[in-house]
Design a protein around this ligand. Structure first.
Ligand SMILES: [Zn+2]
Length: 73
């Protein structure tokens, strides 16, 4: 099941917050993410990036991976 498709589930929120607590730095630009509200937590990939530009870059990178899964290995 795609848990990212259940944003209203309090378990998803809790999971996202604990992932942010473990990874308070942006995995795209390397900068510190000041607060959970500024973080875009990608639960399924366990990645945390800034909201906004870094999240847009992350989505673009994910789309790129989805298009060419054979390049992952
Ligand atoms: Zn960032």
């Amino acid at each position: 099941m795609d848990i990212a498709a259940r944003p209203d589930d309090p378990g998803v929120e809790e999971l996202a917050r604990s992932i942010y607590a473990l990874f308070p730095r942006c995995m795209r630009c390397g900068g510190t993410i000041a607060s959970y509200e500024d973080a875009d937590v990608r639960i399924l990939s366990n990645r945390v990036v800034h909201r906004g530009r870094c999240a847009a870059d992350e989505r673009a990178a994910e789309a790129e991976r989805d298009r060419s899964p054979e390049l992952d290995s």
